[in-house]
Design a protein around this ligand. Structure first.
Ligand SMILES: C[S@@+](CC[C@H](N)C(=O)[O-])C[C@H]1O[C@@H](n2cnc3c(N)ncnc32)[C@H](O)[C@@H]1O
Length: 237
């Protein structure tokens, strides 16, 4: 089937290249510290990590006692994630799945859904469908926690990653030279996509703490992620 968004092969290639050089985007739960206060306040126990990649956040949350399910459609990422959970001695339910399709979970199955740097890969229609599925599987009063690329990142991304935007597929949605698709979210777009949720906080300051993390691409970046990322927390119903 022809999708507007990058197929799993693009992400398998990405993750395989990282295996080759023994690096990971997010080895150790990079985003967890910024999420924890929200998880604690909402008395979250069961968490779904959508686009969990190599499981850094999922395993870290499991180590803190959360019941975590992680979903990704790269089998290479999932293999690393499962190995990481085994090495850490924790149980995480890692599932293979395309988030653009129906989620394989019943309604209200989770207290919180999180998705870090993974929801911003899709065209508008698909993005809204995914957010709808996220809403369906979160219980009343549960949370959605996101980090998405903001429109502020557009001038910097190709400079930082060396990936050119080669095709504009929709406004603020591009296919890049390596086949990856990327959707830059404006604040207005974020609020529009999340209009059905009871409350939405755009927590720009939330990612300040990540600036000093030892991830080479970030340290070399000429911009602050507090500007280029849009951390979002929404509460359902
Ligand atoms: C930039 S990585 C972020 C991974 C992880 N959240 C982290 O912080 O390391 C984006 C992840 O989304 C996954 N992904 C992309 N499109 C997907 C889709 N349609 N369904 C499921 N996972 C997808 C990729 O395989 C990749 O692991």
């Amino acid at each position: 089937m022809n999708h507007l968004y990058a197929p799993a092969t693009v992400w398998d290639t990405y993750h395989a290249a990282q295996v080759t050089v023994d690096v990971e985007l997010n080895p150790q739960g990079w985003w967890v510290p910024s999420l924890l206060p929200f998880l604690v306040t909402a008395q979250v126990q069961k968490v779904l990590d959508v686009g969990c990649g190599t499981g850094g956040d999922a395993v870290t949350l499991a180590q803190k006692g959360y019941h975590v399910t992680g979903m990704d459609y790269s089998n290479i990422a999932l293999a690393r994630a499962r190995a990481k959970a085994a090495a850490a001695g924790v149980v995480v339910d890692f599932r293979h799945g395309d988030m653009a399709l129906s989620f394989p979970f019943v309604d209200d199955a989770f207290d919180a859904v999180l998705s870090n740097v993974a929801l911003h890969m899709f065209d508008d229609q698909t993005t809204r469908r995914i957010v709808g599925e996220m809403r369906r599987v979160v219980r009343p009063g549960g949370l959605l926690l996101l980090h998405v690329n903001s429109t502020e990142d557009m001038p910097y991304r190709s400079q930082r990653l060396g990936r050119l935007r080669v095709q504009e597929l929709e406004p603020n949605f591009y296919r890049e030279a390596n086949g990856q698709t990327i959707h830059f979210f404006s604040e207005d777009y974020c609020r529009d996509v999340l209009a059905d949720w009871a409350t939405t906080w755009l927590c720009i300051a939330m990612s300040e703490a990540h600036l000093l993390l030892p991830i080479p691409t970030i340290l070399l970046a000429p911009v602050k992620w507090s500007v280029t990322m849009l951390p979002v927390v929404s509460m359902v119903r």
